[in-house]
Design a protein around this ligand. Structure first.
Ligand SMILES: Cc1cc2nc3c(=O)[nH]c(=O)nc-3n(C[C@H](O)[C@H](O)[C@H](O)COP(=O)(O)OP(=O)(O)OC[C@H]3O[C@@H](n4cnc5c(N)ncnc54)[C@H](O)[C@@H]3O)c2cc1C
Length: 493
């Protein structure tokens, strides 16, 4: 039987209605919240995600006609060369741009590449937890696009994508004809005409699935989210310093994100905190390899994390609620006149692609990563992971080359290399897919995961800078621990 976190309510609203108005903002006030669990029907696919499915998601991007922003047209440096516009500079978009840069082109075919992202930084999301544990600095896992792209021909524009106007359904095929593939409108009013478009806008936290979640829970999906959670923890640590009361943290969801957060936060708070992890499912990490699940259970139990699985009607009190369930792709609107040619979206709002990663019915639009949907050989939608987006970026770059050069496009095949998770400053679980039954854990798993991610960071220059920084930090840590061991030995304790 599936159960769901059904509401988040400030505690002072329950106990004292008059104080409700004081609790107005998640960022500026500290408050207690209660979690109310309710029994749901049997066969609920994802209780938490579907708990408030009736409430319609608020539009991410508003209609341009409602605001009077003067439109400007982006001028490409060369009006003869193909124009590739990439929307979203994450694992899908940035790595596609870098792949295009690394390919060999005939002079007249080398495309001009424009990368658009709302943020000034690329974010290596799998290492956001390390910001909470203090293991990494923000520049290491969130370098600026301007630095990453400094030695390339890729143009970067920081802006939010507002609207798409594809023209490739108007009888054009995918070849390099001179007609434009369509236009994109950004929030600043800039209009970009493209020949080829790459949609890689990722996904964002979905907080409209339970009443109160949007107002009172903290998502953990972006660099800003991680910084807010870190600040909130610092504030709670300060507030409760020297007091008997525990810092109570509730983590909603026990997929990878929830378990990694629970492990990291419980290690940070140690005996000053109580971490409770809640899941509608009766097991944690239902889709993970058994080795990863067992290692995670061991670590969570050693840190006294309370697991509330498939729980029945209960109110929890917490100082901080971390929300890790549900996500939605922030795909832009199409212009009203394009409605009949809307991008084909699945039930989760992801753009459906064929196996060459082109959006169905749109030969000039490639889509990859979390905001796209492609089925594997067994008919299952590929997971929304960095591993998938990273591999798709390689194919998108190659297929753009093939399309521009009138060569056949390659079908994408996902190669599952295994799964990794952090469980704190010196703990991890790593199950490579090529050695069945093997799980690396503890410091060995932690080091292996860090090396694997170092190799995945974008650009040689950035990898080198981060590699030196991590080596220096680990040398400093080793000296510090040697000093503390020596001083203990010398003092006879
Ligand atoms: C905390 C966390 C931990 C994770 N850990 C792992 C892991 O261990 N292993 C793994 O494989 N995967 C992991 N993932 C998932 C992985 O990060 C994503 O699957 C991956 O980032 C998807 O790549 P993407 O390019 O589709 O999206 P993203 O990397 O999210 O990039 C999307 C980009 O689009 C930009 N954008 C969005 N909307 C707009 C707009 N309207 N206008 C302009 N720009 C916009 C964003 O700023 C962002 O830069 C984790 C995710 C999170 C949140």
């Amino acid at each position: 039987m599936a159960l769901a976190a059904s509401a988040l309510t400030p505690l002072n609203r329950i106990s004292n209605a008059n104080r409700w108005s004081q609790v107005s903002s998640r960022a500026s006030h500290s408050f207690n919240v209660s979690l109310l669990f309710e029994k749901r029907g049997i066969g609920f696919r994802n209780g938490i995600a579907a708990a408030a499915a009736a409430s319609s998601p608020s539009p991410v991007i508003e209609d341009i006609s409602q605001k009077e922003i003067p439109q400007r047209i982006y001028t490409w440096p060369d009006n003869k060369k193909p124009r590739v516009c990439i929307l979203g500079g994450g694992f899908g978009g940035l790595y596609t741009a870098l792949r295009l840069e690394s390919l060999i082109w005939a002079d007249d075919k080398k495309p001009q590449v424009l990368l658009v992202d709302q943020s000034e930084r690329f974010v290596f999301k799998p290492m956001l937890y390390e910001l909470l544990s203090g293991e990494v600095d923000a520049w290491e896992i969130a370098p600026r696009f301007s630095e990453l792209l400094a030695n390339t021909g890729i143009q970067f524009f920081q802006d939010r994508v507002k609207m798409l106007h594809p023209a490739d359904h108007l009888g054009m095929n995918g070849s390099t004809g001179s007609c434009s593939g369509g236009t994109v409108v950004l929030e600043s009013g800039l209009l970009i005409e493209y020949d080829w478009l790459v949609l890689a806008l990722g996904s964002e936290a979905k907080l409209d699935t339970a009443p109160g979640a949007a107002e009172f829970a903290f998502p953990f999906s972006t660099l800003e989210d991680a910084c807010k959670v870190d600040n909130k923890l610092k504030e709670l640590e300060r507030r409760k310093f020297g007091k008997d009361t525990l810092i109570r943290v509730a983590v909603v969801g026990c997929g990878y994100s929830g378990v990694e957060l629970a492990a990291t936060v419980s290690e940070r708070l140690q005996d000053r905190g109580l971490v409770q992890a809640i899941n509608v499912n009766t097991i944690i990490l239902p889709a993970a390899p058994p080795g990863n699940r067992e290692t995670a259970l061991k670590v969570l139990s050693s840190r006294k994390v309370q697991l509330l699985l498939g729980y029945l009607r209960q109110i929890l009190e917490a100082d901080l609620v971390l929300w890790t369930v549900g996500s939605k792709p922030p795909l832009p609107q199409l212009e009203p006149c394009d409605r009949p040619h809307e991008l084909p979206l699945n039930g989760r709002g992801q753009a459906e692609t064929d196996e060459t990663l082109r959006v169905k019915g749109h030969p000039r639009i490639f889509a990859l990563g979390d905001s796209s949907a492609l089925r594997d050989m067994n008919g299952r939608i590929l997971p929304a992971t960095a591993q998938v987006a990273f591999q798709q970026a390689d194919f998108t770059g190659w297929n753009l080359w093939a399309a521009i050069n009138d060569r056949p496009l390659l079908p994408f095949r996902f190669q599952n290399l295994g799964e990794m998770m952090t469980l704190g400053r010196n703990d991890a679980a790593l199950s490579p897919s090529f050695i069945e039954g093997l799980t690396l854990e503890g410091p060995v798993g932690h080091a292996a995961r860090k090396i694997a991610y170092l190799l995945r960071l974008p650009t040689d220059e950035h990898r080198l800078k981060v590699g030196i920084s991590w080596l220096t930090k680990s040398a400093v840590d080793s000296v510090a621990s040697l000093q503390s061991t020596l001083s203990k030995v010398l003092s006879g304790s």
